[in-house]
Design a protein around this ligand. Structure first.
Ligand SMILES: [Zn+2]
Length: 305
């Protein structure tokens, strides 16, 4: 993993308590830690005397919802979600019911496990849209990759990017193919966000990160190194299933996280199919589990047998 530690801004993560990050922004972290969520989901509260906006309300857990209501004095005007995974948006509906807030974001077109279909935005954002709240403006930046319907939110002025699951601190972003996630989109979204004057990254998992352009360059580099390793393994094996190839690409990963390597490898292989150097023997299966056991990926680029 790229060395993101040098850019980490350490401010203690407290469950159930609002922590001030700058004059406009506070953070409350949900107590849902895991290998995929780091210390838990960060809910950000952006407010001035005129308006209160919650970004990524988090999981539908009574203690987390109570903490957000306490921190805002039950006064929330808008709730934004970066995407509708179950650790990000489900608290939106109960918070809206308790406070009268309006939901803003993108409903997920994909359906399935780990997605929240209770998040029904009153307003669907478009790429580059500037949302004017009180005396501050939050810009929506469409950023597919982790899943298709993912949007980052830039707090203008502070130039703080609420990065959702596009960039995490302390964990590697999983690209989720059944929810429309692709490595190609992920890399394009990193490129799109780079060099745009963002000053600080506020990820949905982990600490704030300074020097966003450096962080994003390292993430890009990290994915390209993985891709190079996938190509190296495929050139040597010529063909194989995700199950057979994953331990060769990710020899260091064990236990519960092996599932993540299958998903990650699948999306790398799919990008290489799009690049024309890998052939897949069918186009029906989309993911891991028993279904991928018969799915053969074959190297057809240079040095193919
Ligand atoms: Zn997610």
């Amino acid at each position: 993993m790229a060395d993101l530690h040098s850019t980490l801004i350490h401010i203690d993560i407290n469950y159930g308590q609002a922590t001030r990050l700058n004059p406009l922004v506070e953070r409350i972290t949900a107590n849902n830690p895991s290998p995929f969520t780091g210390p838990g989901t960060n809910t950000y509260i952006v407010s001035d005397e005129l308006c209160t906006v919650v970004v990524d309300p988090g999981p539908n857990e009574p203690e987390h919802i109570a903490a957000i209501l306490a921190a805002t004095g039950n006064k929330i005007d808008y709730i934004l979600a970066t995407h509708t995974h179950e650790d990000h948006s489900p608290a939106g509906k109960p918070l809206a019911q308790a406070s009268g807030a309006k939901l803003i974001g993108l409903a997920c077109e994909a359906m399935g496990e780990h997605l929240d279909d209770t998040f029904k935005p009153l307003h669907s954002v478009s790429d580059g849209e500037r949302l004017e709240f009180g005396n501050f403006v939050i810009q929506a930046i469409y950023s597919p990759g982790h899943i298709k319907d993912h949007v980052c939110f830039l707090l203008e002025g502070e130039q703080m990017l609420f990065a959702g699951d596009h960039i995490m601190q302390g964990a590697t972003v999983v690209i989720v193919p059944p929810h429309g996630g692709t490595i190609g989109d992920y890399l394009r979204s990193l490129t799109k966000l780079s060099g745009t004057g963002i000053k600080v990254l506020a990820p949905a998992h982990g600490h704030l990160l300074a020097e966003p352009d450096q962080v994003m360059a390292e993430l890009y580099e990290h994915r390209l190194k993985r891709e190079a390793r996938v190509i190296e393994v495929l050139k040597s094996e010529q063909r194989g299933t995700v199950e057979a190839l994953a331990p060769l690409v990710y020899p260091e990963v064990r236990g519960d996280l092996i599932w993540g390597t299958h998903v990650a490898l699948w999306s790398h292989l799919q990008k290489l199919v799009e690049d024309g150097v890998v052939h897949r023997n069918n186009d029906k299966h989309w993911m891991v589990g028993s279904t991928t056991a018969e799915e053969i990926w074959e190297w057809v680029g240079e040095d193919a047998a």
